[in-house]
Ligand binder design. Structure first.
Ligand code: BEZ
Ligand code: FE
Length: 286
């Protein structure tokens, strides 16, 4: 193959890849090449713009490490994560909807018993969270494993705090035999996604803000059911209609009930402000 030009280059690449034995890989790379070339043709991409694109992706690679996942941020802010989730989680009406995973989950979070404070001693407004894990027909699912992770009251995850090796605001807990879960933590605030890197520069160039509405992350697994990765958002909070990563779904917005003072769900009097949340999750059969 010689003398390839604007018209013939795409087919030449597809022909070169024709020997791929992995059928799915072949399908994906064929489509990627076709769309990439169509994009360059449609936009009449210049060499300077191509170079800028390469520099941008290089910067994303350079800033990415085991604590900072800039590629996920890119996927999230371009809506790719939400698209992939939407087309892979078409569930029956009534099942809890999935949303973005985000870059702040870490493996091997500490295990807590039901009722414990999972904040790891973070200062903040106390929050008592409970609910039931159920199947679509309403039957409780016993002993589901629930991972939760959250920002603090200034909008930071533990992994964003320099020099902090402990886990804060993340936990693995297990629902009881009746599907009930409950724990104590602090109320997380809205936060900007990390925007001191190339994705932040991209948002700025696009006149977009980096903020996410306040939320609590859940990942729930139980044998025989699809894994659910989702959030619970705060009703009436900021950014619900302009989430930087397009993750908000109406069904995931709940009332974080404000109590000026009173008796907490464990029967202990609290003289100051606290919040409660009651949220059930409906899992879809595997
Ligand atoms: C998060 O909710 O933790 C998150 C999701 C997407 C991008 C950045 C953060
Ligand atoms: Fe988050």
């Amino acid at each position: 193959m010689r003398n390839l030009d604007e018209q013939t280059i795409t087919q030449a690449v597809l022909t070169r890849n024709a020997g791929t034995t992995d059928q799915r890989l072949h399908e994906i790379v064929t489509s990627l090449v076709q769309h990439l070339h169509a994009f360059a043709r449609e936009t009449k991409l210049t060499e300077e713009e191509w170079e800028k694109g390469i520099e941008f992706l290089t910067a994303i690679g350079h800033i990415t490490n085991d604590k900072r996942q800039e590629f996920i941020l890119l996927s999230d802010t371009l809506g790719l994560s939400t698209l992939v989730i939407a087309q892979n989680h078409k569930k029956p009406q009534g099942c809890t909807e999935a949303t973005v995973f985000g870059p702040f989950h870490v493996a091997n979070a500490p295990r807590y018993d039901l009722g414990e404070d999972i904040s790891g001693g973070l200062p903040g407004v106390p929050w008592f969270v409970k609910g039931t894990i159920k199947a679509k027909d309403g039957t409780p699912i016993p002993h589901a494993t629930i991972e939760v992770w959250q920002a603090d009251d200034a909008g930071f995850y533990d992994v964003q705090k320099p020099g902090l090796d402990d886990y804060h605001g993340r936990a693995i807990i297990q629902a009881d035999a009746n599907g009930h879960y409950h724990f104590r933590t602090i109320v997380p605030e809205c936060y900007p996604i990390p925007h001191d890197g190339p994705v932040g520069k991209m948002l700025e160039a696009l006149n977009r803000h980096p903020w996410r509405p306040a939320h609590l992350h859940f990942m729930i697994t139980a044998p025989g059911y699809q894994r659910l990765v989702t959030h619970v958002f705060r009703e009436g909070g900021d950014y619900l209609d302009s989430d930087a990563v397009f993750g908000v779904r109406s069904s995931l917005i709940a009332d974080w009930v404000r109590h000026e003072s009173g008796i907490d769900p464990y029967g202990i009097p609290i003289e100051s402000l606290f919040y409660t949340l009651d949220f059930d999750f409906i899992l879809h059969l595997a």
